[in-house]
Design a protein around this ligand. Structure first.
Ligand SMILES: NC(=O)C1=CN([C@@H]2O[C@H](COP(=O)(O)OP(=O)(O)OC[C@H]3O[C@@H](n4cnc5c(N)ncnc54)[C@H](OP(=O)(O)O)[C@@H]3O)[C@@H](O)[C@H]2O)C=CC1
Ligand SMILES: O=C(O)[C@@H]1CCC=N1
Length: 258
């Protein structure tokens, strides 16, 4: 996820000379340096010692150790940007020096191609300049949306995890195409282009998805037959249950690790 944010930010004008990426493995560092032209190091504390923005992009279970490591080296005016699912701002406050500014975010992987959407939750002591700086970093990754911390588990369940649901649907549609005799390459291309086209149509027209769905579903035609099968199989209810499970896991992670 951190690489996707890096790629999006660089593509919109962030200077690679202003970035230090930290890694655990030298080979990973070489890969990032080669791909993005950024400096890399395995020394997290050294990397943050004159940083203005510090994106902590490790898994939730590893965040505490990284914060404990970098805390003493952080400049007082550095803003720590959280991307971890589940961990509340209070968690960061416990592991960082008093009054260190923190902005909690929830990005998604389309950030890599500038088509992401990221939630931004300012920390209690964070000033407007700091939040604007974080939003400027994220501008190249797509849209940003300020929300409250109580909304972020739901945001993550919908938008953070959302790309995985779409990839799941694309895979299922392509597999159905193969079942009906299309080649794998053609089936996948059709599924990808159809999702891209439908998403673009939704975004450009601003029409409600129900209206667009009805325009495809001719009375007595083919699409309505397909949609009836999806309803019979409980697909809509499954989406609700799936996203509630993701939201609940996010809250649970916060309790487990916090
Ligand atoms: N994946 C997603 O779509 C989203 C993820 N997130 C959040 O982003 C965070 C990362 O998730 P994700 O990208 O999936 O996980 P990954 O495991 O793919 O990425 C974590 C990276 O952190 C590196 N790392 C681990 N420990 C250290 C350390 N001490 N110092 C430096 N680097 C370290 C890992 O190195 P190594 O390669 O050696 O393992 C790895 O490259 C999580 O907190 C997650 O909740 C948020 C929104 C969406
Ligand atoms: O699955 C996860 O835990 C991360 C957080 C949101 C998307 N991926």
């Amino acid at each position: 996820m951190a690489e996707a944010v890096l790629a999006g930010a660089l593509s919109s004008g962030l200077d690679p000379a202003d970035v230090v990426a930290t890694v655990r493995r030298e080979d990973r560092g070489a890969e990032l340096a080669e791909t993005y032209g950024v400096a890399t190091t395995t020394d997290n504390a050294a990397a943050v010692s004159d940083a203005r923005l510090v994106v902590v992009g490790v898994k939730p279970k590893d965040v505490a150790a990284v914060l404990d490591e970098i805390g003493p080296a952080l400049p007082a005016d550095a803003v720590v940007v959280s991307v971890a699912v589940g961990l509340p701002l209070s968690f960061y406050a416990r592991h960082l020096p008093a009054d260190q500014h923190v902005v909690r975010t929830m990005p998604n992987t389309p950030a890599q191609v500038g088509a992401g959407v990221t939630a931004v939750v300012p920390g209690p002591t964070t000033d407007e300049d700091d939040v604007a700086l974080v939003e400027a970093l994220l501008a190249g990754t797509g849209e940003t949306l300020r929300i409250t911390e109580k909304e972020i588990d739901a945001f993550g369940a919908l938008a953070g995890s959302g790309p995985a649901y779409v990839f799941y649907v694309v895979d299922a549609m392509a597999e159905a195409g193969v079942l009906m005799g299309l080649t794998r390459a053609v089936a996948r291309r059709l599924a990808v282009q159809t999702v891209l086209g439908a998403g673009t149509l939704l975004a450009r027209t601003g029409e409600h998805p129900v209206v667009l769905r009805e325009k495809v579903s001719s009375p007595g035609g083919t699409t309505i037959q397909a949609l009836r099968r999806l309803d019979d199989a409980g697909v809509r209810a499954s989406f609700v249950a799936a996203m509630e499970a993701a939201r609940d896991r996010s809250a649970e992670l916060g309790r487990e690790l916090g």
